[in-house]
Design a protein around this ligand. Structure first.
Ligand code: GLC
Ligand code: MG
Length: 295
């Protein structure tokens, strides 16, 4: 993944040169680098959500850290932007400084509004090397596969369900194998929760999109901490050193324990927002003294 993004860097620099000045100002306000103590890039579903009272408490602490200028919050999700906005209103999801949505194929910067366009520059980079038509051939004829509803399928994301396949793991493995041989490394397979399979451009994904936001915003941090529960979060753990895995995580994310033995990943024994909070204490973002009592 790293090399894909580095290669994209040249293209990105070139694209910026060809953008009108007003656009440059819009996407990159100010010349100076922004320095933060922490960047928290967190998944939403079953990482922040799942225990509303724990999330309500965590939201206040995150809000305080953001207000004091110490923390930059990136929500990094498989959801569409409108579902994230619903989450702000109805599910207690904390307000964020950036949203990486649709499994890292779209990026949004504030102010967030319904119907707004994702960041064009990210979309254009991804579009350049992705063919939905070609990628669709990879899933052709897989038995038991069902396409997800149209609203979850975009020009940059093919999403289907495999839970009705006789052996979902074997079907996912077959799709991975085909992607490797048929796609010239231009698309990646994201397999989550024994149900959801996404085909997205190789340069997309949550980890790459977060790195892109950091470069775009000239954002530095003493520590980038990622948090997640399932397969579509894996690219964040591949890209960054510090990560929180909540106790309710899916096996594909728990497998990180064996695969990255030297990384600083924290496997909480608490679930959902309580697990995220526990990880933030481990990484000394939050103090033990405010320990939550989760009922
Ligand atoms: C979200 C998306 C879905 C995707 C899944 C896993 O649920 O809506 O399209 O397959 O995340 O990435
Ligand atoms: Mg999740």
């Amino acid at each position: 993944m790293g090399f894909v993004l580095k290669a994209q860097g040249f293209r990105f620099a070139h694209m910026l040169q060809s953008e009108p000045l007003c656009f440059l100002k819009e996407i990159n306000p100010g010349e100076d680098r922004m320095s933060m103590k922490w960047i928290l890039a967190s998944d939403i579903d079953n990482t922040l959500t799942g225990d509303r009272s724990a999330l309500d408490k965590l939201r206040i602490e995150i809000q305080n850290l953001r207000a004091s200028g110490d923390l930059f919050l990136i929500l990094s999700t498989g959801r569409r932007l409108d579902q994230v906005l619903d989450g702000f209103e109805e599910e207690g999801i904390p307000p964020a400084d950036a949203v990486v949505s649709q499994v890292g194929t779209e990026i949004y910067l504030p102010p967030f509004e319904r119907g707004m366009d994702p960041l064009h520059v990210w979309r254009d980079i991804l579009m350049e090397d992705f063919s939905r038509e070609k990628a669709m051939k990879i899933i052709d004829g897989i038995e038991g596969l069902e396409m997800q509803p149209g609203k979850f399928n975009t020009p940059l994301k093919i999403s289907c369900y495999l839970n009705k396949a006789e052996d979902p793991e074997a079907a996912a493995a077959e799709i991975r194998r085909r992607a490797e041989y048929q796609c010239d490394g231009l698309c990646q397979v994201v397999w989550s929760s024994g149900r959801d399979l996404d085909l997205i451009p190789a340069a997309a994904g949550k980890g790459n999109a977060i790195r892109f936001v950091m470069n775009l915003q000239k954002l530095d941090a003493d520590r980038v901490i990622v948090a997640g529960d399932s397969g579509n979060d894996r690219s964040m753990f591949d890209e960054f050193q510090c990560g929180i895995v909540v106790a309710n995580a899916q096996t594909e994310l728990l497998a990180l324990k064996k695969e990255h033995p030297i990384s600083e990943f924290y496997f909480s024994d608490r679930e959902y927002a309580s697990g995220v909070r526990d990880g933030l204490v481990y990484f000394q973002v939050l103090g033990e003294t405010n320990e939550l009592s989760i009922g």
